[in-house]
Design a protein around this ligand. Sequence first.
Ligand code: FES
Ligand SMILES: [Fe+2]
Length: 366
Amino acid sequence: MSANAETQAGKGNVFLRNCWYVAAWDHELIDGKLLRRTLLGEHVLLYRGESGRTVALADRCCHRGVPLSMGRLEGDCVRCMYHGLKFDATGKCIQIPGQDMLPAAMRARSYPVVVKGHVVWIWMGDPAGADPALIIDFPYLSDPAWKGLPSYMHYQANYLLIVDNLSDFSHLAFVHTNTLGGSEEYAYVTKPMNIEKLERGFGMERWHHDAEPPPFHRRVIPDKTGKLDRRNSFEMHIPGIFLMKTLFSPAGSGLTEGLDRGVRQYRNCQFMTPETERTTHFFWTYLNDFEGDDSTISHSLLASLIEGFMEDKALIEAQQRDLETDPDFPMLAIRADAPLTHFRRTLTKLIAAEQGQVNASARPGQ
Ligand code: FES
Ligand SMILES: [Fe+2]
């Protein structure tokens, strides 16, 4: 694949399968909901059985192909409500009304799932490799000291365009001047620092000293005018897992030296899961450590972040539409693109290696 192709969306794209993706927030599966969600182009049924077990099955009855999500939850099983075949949590057909013989081939594919930190993780590849230890830990999601509201957005764009967006925070200055960024100055005076190429991603940080509080933060703090030092540090991991720590401290109060004099902190995760090559499930939450009993802070942050993310969404979906009409458009890189280029190259290599393995194992006589 050429360097240009690596930086474009949807060109000969295949997905990495042997890795954990976010399929849902756990609250989406409450009250026996049979949730149909397309992931990596496959229709998946997600539910929590009555024992509390979380299940992911191919959302297609092996009889006549009706979606199992149109069926009925029975304990930890699901019954197709066309001719009544019943499937257990492993996808095995355990009942065919009017027929005693249950052929072994009558089953729905099941996918490994793990619920951790309110996130439902799914493994879309070879189940033998689905090691829960490979799920990247973000302990704030289950730590009651961190408050926030889990959220979801649907994108009409390839997931890697959202990864690109999050890879360069200079966009805060121009896309989010009046929401998340605060000023165009952010792009000129702040520089990415400590850029770290990881085996499966990258990390970096960005400081903004002596800055006006950006609007989303100003809304939830008592001092609306005092200048602040701001530190963002984040990691992006394959396949599309973004984890960020943000600290605000009164300007000059010693944040650079690691002093905690009035520091307010956020922890933010954003998970990009391909729905199809040109659409994406975007899960995120923005946690804070200072609201105490005042949950209006979480609600204000949620509203601000939606406002900000809608700015990204408008731009990225327009980008997707135009790239589709001219897939050979040669994007030209600037220095700030080095991390996203590293990310895309690494992902391309992993996908090629995975495809090579699949092809080798499919060869006759091997
Ligand atoms: S299609 Fe599901 S039971 Fe017939
Ligand atoms: Fe953005």
